[in-house]
Design a protein around this ligand. Structure first.
Ligand code: NI
Length: 172
């Protein structure tokens, strides 16, 4: 497994719409393994392939951190087939928008249809953190970031902060 580089805003690549995976092969499994390793290394709970520069409709999620065990979930071509009208609010961050957080409202429950690690068709009813996380990651597949839900003023402020060049740090 290889830790890959995570792209960060304002990288235009993140705004691409990811492509449907025609077949889950060893290539996709290798990518999913790398994504999981990359996500663990960065202390994230979800990652979309586009964030490591691959425009395929693939996500990895692991919410097992609280229980101190790895519980990886893999989603290929995820599609929301049902979502609740009721909203839930979480303070969201994103590995592609480093150190920025904002409260975002999303449907508190959703049902997702997808292919798993082995290419098998599955349906999952998600609620709580998993529902939010899935919707956040699926937004990445459409080129959408959580900051897009904020006012233009707030979003521009965050992008400006991320764009500001930092001086090189040297250790001699
Ligand atoms: Ni994200």
């Amino acid at each position: 497994m290889t830790i890959r580089k995570i792209l960060t805003e304002p990288d235009k690549f993140l705004r691409q719409i990811s492509k449907t995976v025609l077949k889950v092969t060893d290539d996709e499994r290798r990518l999913m393994d790398d994504m999981l390793e990359t996500m663990y290394d960065a202390n994230g709970i979800g990652l979309a392939a586009i964030q490591v520069g691959v425009p395929k409709r693939i996500l990895v999620i692991d919410l097992g951190k609280k229980e101190n065990k790895n519980m990886p979930l893999f989603f290929v071509n995820p599609k929301i087939i049902k979502k609740n009208d009721k909203l839930a609010t979480y303070e969201e961050g994103c590995l592609s928008v480093p150190d920025q957080f904002a409260e975002i409202d999303r449907p508190n429950k959703c049902t997702v249809e997808y292919l798993d690690y082995n290419g098998k068709k599955k349906v999952l009813d998600a609620d709580g953190l998993l529902a939010t996380c899935l919707q956040h990651e699926m937004d990445h597949l459409e080129g959408i970031l959580f900051i897009d839900y904020l006012s233009k003023l707030k979003r521009d402020y965050i992008i400006k902060k991320l764009t500001k060049s930092k001086p090189d740090r040297i250790v001699v």
